[in-house]
Ligand binder design. Structure first.
Ligand SMILES: NC(=O)c1ccc[n+]([C@@H]2O[C@H](COP(=O)([O-])OP(=O)(O)OC[C@H]3O[C@@H](n4cnc5c(N)ncnc54)[C@H](O)[C@@H]3O)[C@@H](O)[C@H]2O)c1
Length: 460
C-alpha cells in the first residue's frame, strides 16, 4: 500500500525522505524525465522509470546511458544503477501501485496544424485512473497550457463518473520543468522550481520532496494554472524577443549595420536583455509553447496575443531568408546556384545537443531540395545517422569535398574553430552563409570567401 503523504506532518515526511523509505515513479524517461529520475535516485529514494520506449528501458536496465549529450549525468547513472536505486520498466500497471509519488515527464508536442497534442498525458491519465489509490501524489512536470491540469488531466484521472476522487484517492500537483538541454545539471542545481497543486496542502509536500532531491528554492504558486503560465511566459518571452532581433537583423542587413555590434553595446544598458538572430527557433519548447498560449487564447478571442502570432511568422520565415542570403552570395560570385553543391554544417536546433525537433535545418533542407541543389550535411552529433533524408558525412573534411558553398546553421563548439583558410581552399566557389553569428565577416572576406551572415549588414 503506498504511503499517503497528505495525512503526515512535515517531520514525518522529512523522516521518510531521510530514511529513503519512499518510492518514486517517473513516467517518461526522455530528455527531461531521465535526468529527473537520476537525481531522485541519487538522493537515495528508490526510483522506477516508466516508459513505452522498450529500447530506452532496455538501455537503462543494461547500464547503457542513453543521454550521451547531457553532461554530468553519466557518473550518477552508473552509481544509481549499480546501487539498484533506479530501474526502468514498460509496465505502468505493475509499477504505479508500488509508488508513493508519480512524476509525469511526458511529451507535449503539437500536430502538423500547430495544435498542442496532450495525448501522452491523457493516455497516462486514464492509466492512472485504474492504478492510483490511497492518496498518491501525481506531479506533472510536462509543459502544458494553463487550465489543462485542472480540467482535462484531472477528468482523465478521476474517470467519467469521478469514481476516483482528487484530494482523497490521489492528489495532483505541477512542478513545470525549465531546464535547458545540454546544461540540465547546471539548471537543476541553480534554477528555482515552481510548484502548484489542486489541493493547497500538497504544494508544501512537493516542496519538501524537491528540496530533498534538488536543494533549490521552491516558488509556491497559488494554483497549477499560474505555475504553468509562468513556464510558458518565460519561453514565449524568448520567442518574441528573438523575432524582434530577427526583424532587426533583416533591417540592419539593408542599412549596413552589424546586429551583433548593436546587441553587444545595447546590453550595457541595465534593462536590456540580449537575444540573438538566427535561422529560426526550434526545439520541443519555444515554438510549441507559443502555440500553446495561442491555443489558450483562441478559446477566448482569436485576436489575443497578436504579438505571439507575428513572432511565430517571423521566426518561421527565417529559413527563407537563409536561402535569400545564399542566392545573393551566388549572384556576387557570378555562379549559378542550380546544380551546385551546398554543405550544411549543423542540423540540431541548438548548439551541442543531439536533437532535431522542429529544427530550422529541416526547412532549409526542404527549400534547397526544391531548388534541386545537391546537398551534403555534417553534424558531429549525428555522424553515421540519416537526417531529413541525408546521410550525415563522417567528418568535416568529407563534408567539404566537392562543395561550392557552406551554410553554418548550428553553432556547435566544433564549428567555433572553423579554419577559414582551409575552407577557402577546399570549396569550389568559396561561399559561406553564417546563421550563427560566430564567423567574423572581415576574416571570412580576407580569406577570399564570399560571405553572408544573418544580421551582418557591415559586409556589403
Ligand atoms: N526537452 C526540453 O528542452 C524541455 C525542457 C523543459 C521542459 N520540457 C517539457 O518536458 C516534457 C518532456 O519533454 P522531453 O523533452 O523530456 O520529451 P522526450 O520526448 O525526450 O521524452 C518523453 C518520454 O516519454 C515517453 N512516453 C511517451 N508517451 C508515453 C506514455 N504513454 N507512457 C510512458 N512513456 C511515454 C517517450 O517514449 C519519451 O521517452 C515536455 O512537456 C516538454 O515540453 C522539455
Amino acid at each position: 500500500m503506498p504511503t499517503n503523504l497528505s495525512i503526515l506532518d512535515d517531520s514525518q515526511i522529512q523522516d521518510h525522505l531521510k530514511n529513503h523509505s519512499l518510492k518514486i515513479g517517473v513516467v517518461g524517461i526522455g530528455r527531461i524525465g531521465l535526468p529527473t529520475a537520476l537525481c531522485v535516485a541519487n538522493s537515495g529514494l528508490e526510483t522506477i522509470g516508466i516508459d513505452i520506449n522498450k529500447n530506452l528501458v532496455d538501455m537503462v536496465n543494461s547500464k547503457d546511458f542513453p543521454l550521451k549529450d547531457e553532461p554530468e549525468f553519466d557518473k550518477i547513472f552508473d552509481n544509481v544503477i549499480s546501487q539498484k536505486k533506479l530501474s526502468a520498466t514498460t509496465d505502468i500497471n505493475e509499477a504505479i501501485p508500488k509508488c508513493d509519488v508519480i512524476i509525469l515527464s511526458l511529451p507535449t508536442p503539437m500536430n502538423n496544424q500547430n495544435i498542442p497534442d496532450y495525448n501522452a498525458l491523457l493516455t497516462v491519465g486514464k492509466n492512472l485512473h485504474q492504478l492510483l489509490s490511497n492518496g498518491q501524489i501525481v506531479i506533472v512536470e510536462s509543459t502544458v497550457e494553463p487550465g489543462f491540469i485542472e480540467n482535462e488531466l484531472l477528468q482523465s484521472i478521476e474517470g467519467p463518473n469521478k469514481s476516483l476522487k482528487s484530494g482523497i484517492d490521489f492528489h495532483l500537483a505541477v512542478c513545470p520543468e525549465t531546464a535547458n538541454p545540454g546544461e540540465i545539471m547546471k539548471d537543476f542545481q541553480n534554477l528555482p522550481r515552481l510548484v502548484g497543486s489542486i489541493d493547497e496542502k500538497i504544494s508544501p509536500i512537493v516542496s519538501l520532496l524537491y528540496t530533498h532531491v534538488f536543494g533549490v528554492e521552491l516558488i509556491q504558486m497559488p494554483n497549477c494554472k499560474t505555475a504553468n503560465a509562468v513556464k510558458l511566459t518565460t519561453n514565449v518571452f524568448r520567442d518574441i524577443n528573438i523575432a524582434f532581433v530577427n526583424e532587426l537583423a533583416l533591417l540592419f542587413e539593408k542599412l549596413g549595420i552589424d546586429t551583433y555590434t548593436v546587441i553587444d553595446a545595447a546590453k550595457r544598458k541595465y534593462n536590456f536583455q540580449p537575444h540573438f538572430p538566427g535561422p529560426g527557433v526550434g526545439g520541443p519548447c519555444l515554438p510549441v509553447n507559443s502555440y500553446q498560449y495561442l491555443n489558450s487564447s483562441k478559446k477566448i478571442d482569436r485576436n489575443f496575443l497578436k504579438i505571439v502570432q507575428d513572432a511565430r511568422k517571423i521566426n518561421e520565415n527565417m529559413p527563407n531568408h537563409v536561402i535569400n542570403l545564399l542566392n545573393d552570395a551566388y549572384l556576387e560570385s557570378k555562379k549559378p546556384l542550380e546544380n551546385s553543391t551546398v554543405t550544411l554544417l549543423g542540423v540540431s536546433y541548438k548548439p551541442n545537443v543531439h536533437d532535431i525537433q522542429i529544427a530550422p535545418s529541416e526547412k532549409i533542407i526542404k527549400l534547397l531540395d526544391e531548388k534541386n541543389i545537391k546537398l551534403k550535411i555534417f553534424d558531429p552529433f549525428f555522424i553515421n545517422e540519416t537526417v531529413f533524408g541525408y546521410r550525415v558525412e563522417k567528418s568535416i573534411i568529407d563534408a567539404l569535398i566537392d562543395t561550392d558553398a557552406i551554410i553554418l546553421v548550428t553553432a556547435h563548439n566544433e564549428f567555433k574553430k572553423l579554419n577559414l583558410t582551409s575552407i577557402s581552399s577546399s570549396l569550389n566557389t568559396p561561399i559561406l552563409i553564417d546563421c550563427t553569428g560566430t564567423i567574423d565577416p572581415k576574416t571570412a572576406q580576407s580569406n577570399g570567401i564570399t560571405f553572408r551572415g544573418i544580421g551582418r549588414g557591415d559586409n556589403f
